[in-house]
Structure formats: structure tokens, C-alpha cells
Write a protein that binds this ligand. Structure first.
Ligand code: PEP
Ligand code: MG
Length: 323
């Protein structure tokens, strides 16, 4: 098995019927890039920038952030790098950023909600990203988008900072794609409207499942409700992919589900373009996809979407993929 993985390291990811999908990695720091390259990643699908802000006594400076983003982009040598802007709050706290205690942190003041109010923090990050953009293939992604207004506001701030930098004589790449995480049901349901304005979607199933099933992702007592293969989730995922494709955009996934061996055949059949996972899952996933027919998986789509339970979905996939 290890030998097959090694052989596929420098190869693109192609299914048995010759369809290409992109297998990319989730990272948290510039040091993680080594693992992405060693595991044959075709890019970075999610750079969680929270780590730059955590375990410190103050906010990271623009220069500090610029160096981190530049390092990741340079190491990836023009391969795509999706950087997610600050997603703090919920389970992730910052000691130096005193936020009032909340009854429901996962439903509270976090991620883009915080960034749109604390423009000082957000603009610093956007400037660092824009300055780094000339060092590789940068894509910027906003987390926890629930309404089109939030996306428009975030994008407007990005364009403002871009204009500021250009005025200051700083080079900024002209082709940075700007996309969103789809991790809130309102956005998954109205993906069609979002697809007209965003450059790409990345489905964050860790949160999308928690919000769709109303089951705290950290609470073991309700973990039985945390069901990636639930038809509700599959229908939302399908809606997002169809909406993206209808507008000529791409759809990826960066939640844990993207690297799951039962989910992979389903997602391949639904037409997911990019799978972002932990680096060590990439070669096993590439090996699995090599033996899967995208056409065959696509032929099961309507049947899967109309199933009643997650168990039914899982049993069906196990049978047709002999797992
Ligand atoms: C997600 O919600 O699926 C995701 C990838 O983001 P995080 O796990 O950082 O919330
Ligand atoms: Mg999330």
C-alpha cells in the first residue's frame, strides 16, 4: 500500500474514468507546508490563520503576518493557496482580546462577525495578505459567512485596502480569487445567489454539520447527531456544488468529511472539484480515487439524495465501493 502511495506522490489525482479532482491540504502554520509537499498535495485548500493570533500576548503585526503568508506562498511555488481570514471565537479564544462571555459561543460573535466590527484587526490582515499576493497563487476566503451583505462588506474592505496599497506604490496581484466558507445552512441554501458574486466556495462541514443538525461539535452527548452522511448534509453539499457550477465557479470542501473514505465516492459523484484534508490523508485518498469511476458515482446521485438515513447512505456506499 505504501508503495502505491509513493508512486502517486508526484501524480495528479485522476479517477478510473480519467476525471481530475484536486487534492489539497489543510495547514495551520508555514512549517506545515513541508508535510503538504512530502505528501503530494496539489495546493493548500485551507490555511487556518488563527494560529498566528493564538498563544501570544498581543495581536500579530502586519509585517509578522506578511512574512508568514509570503513563506507559505513561496514554498508552494505557484500552486494554489487558500488563506482563510481570522476565524476566532467559538472554541478559539484570544487572551488579549477581551470578549464578553456568551451563552452560545458557536452562535455568537466570531470570525467574520468580529472582523467586520473590529475593522482595525481585519484591515491589518487584509493588507498583509495583499502584500504577500505577488509571491504565489493566493486565494482569500472569508469564514462563517451567513449573508450576502457580510460577503459584500468584507470584499469592499479588501478592495479598499488594495487601492490604499496601490496608492502607496506597493505591488498587489491582479488575480486573487475571493471566496467564502460555506459552513452555515443559510449560505448553503442560498448558494445560487452567492455564486454570482464569489469566485469559489469551500464547504466547511465541521461547522455545517453542527449547525444543520443543531448538535454542538464539541459535545459528546449529542455526537450521535453529528452525521456527515445524513441526507440533509448531502443535499446541502449538492446544492452548493450545483450552484457553483451553474455560474462557472469551483466548489471545494475543507471539513474533515473531505478526507473520509465513505464520503469521497459520494463527493466525487456530486462533482466536488477540490478536496482539502490533513496532509497525511492525501495519498490514501488519491489511491482510492484512482479506482473509483466518477461517472458511476454520479449515476447514484439522485438515489443517494433521496435516501432517508445516514446509515442507509453508508451501507449503500460500502456495497458499491466494496469497503
Ligand atoms: C469547518 O468548519 O469545516 C472548517 C474547516 O473550519 P474549522 O474546523 O476551522 O471551524
Ligand atoms: Mg468552521
Amino acid at each position: 500500500q505504501k508503495r502505491i502511495w509513493a508512486e502517486l506522490k508526484g501524480e495528479p489525482t485522476v479517477s478510473a474514468d480519467d476525471e481530475h479532482v484536486e487534492l489539497v491540504a489543510n495547514i495551520g502554520t508555514p512549517e506545515d507546508v513541508v508535510g503538504v509537499i512530502n505528501n503530494g498535495g496539489e495546493g493548500v485548500g485551507l490555511y487556518r490563520t488563527e494560529f498566528l493570533y493564538m498563544g501570544k500576548s498581543e495581536l500579530p503585526t502586519e509585517e509578522e503576518q506578511f512574512q508568514a503568508y509570503k513563506s507559505v506562498l513561496e514554498q508552494m511555488c505557484e500552486k494554489p493557496v487558500v488563506v482563510r481570514t481570522l476565524d476566532i471565537g467559538g472554541d478559539k479564544e484570544l487572551s488579549y482580546l477581551k470578549l464578553p462571555e456568551e451563552m452560545n459561543p458557536f452562535l455568537g460573535f466570531r470570525a467574520i462577525r468580529l472582523c467586520l466590527e473590529r475593522e482595525d484587526i481585519f484591515r491589518t490582515q487584509l493588507r498583509a495578505l495583499l502584500r504577500a499576493s505577488t509571491y504565489g497563487n493566493l486565494k482569500i476566503m472569508f469564514p462563517m459567512i451567513a449573508t450576502l451583505d457580510e460577503f459584500r462588506q468584507a470584499k469592499a474592505l479588501l478592495l479598499e485596502e488594495k487601492a490604499n496599497l496601490l496608492n502607496e506604490g506597493v505591488d498587489v496581484s491582479e488575480d486573487i480569487e475571493v471566496g467564502i466558507m460555506v459552513e452555515i445552512p443559510s449560505t448553503a441554501v442560498t448558494a445560487r445567489q452567492f455564486a454570482k458574486e464569489v469566485d469559489f466556495f469551500s464547504i466547511g462541514t465541521n461547522d455545517l454539520i453542527q449547525y444543520t443538525m443543531a448538535a454542538d461539535r464539541m459535545n459528546e452527548r449529542v455526537s450521535y447527531l453529528y452525521q456527515p452522511y445524513h441526507p440533509a448534509i448531502l443535499n446541502l453539499v449538492n446544492n452548493v456544488i450545483e450552484a457553483a457550477h451553474a455560474e462557472g465557479k469551483w466548489a471545494g470542501m475543507c471539513g474533515e468529511m473531505a478526507g473520509d473514505s465513505i464520503a469521497i465516492p459520494i463527493l466525487l459523484g456530486l462533482g466536488l472539484d477540490e478536496f482539502s484534508m490533513s496532509a497525511t490523508s492525501i495519498l490514501p485518498a488519491r489511491t482510492q480515487i484512482k479506482d473509483l469511476s466518477k461517472g458511476e458515482m454520479a449515476s447514484y446521485k439522485e438515489q443517494l439524495l433521496s435516501m432517508s438515513t445516514a446509515d442507509e447512505v453508508e451501507a449503500f456506499i460500502r456495497r458499491v465501493t466494496k469497503q
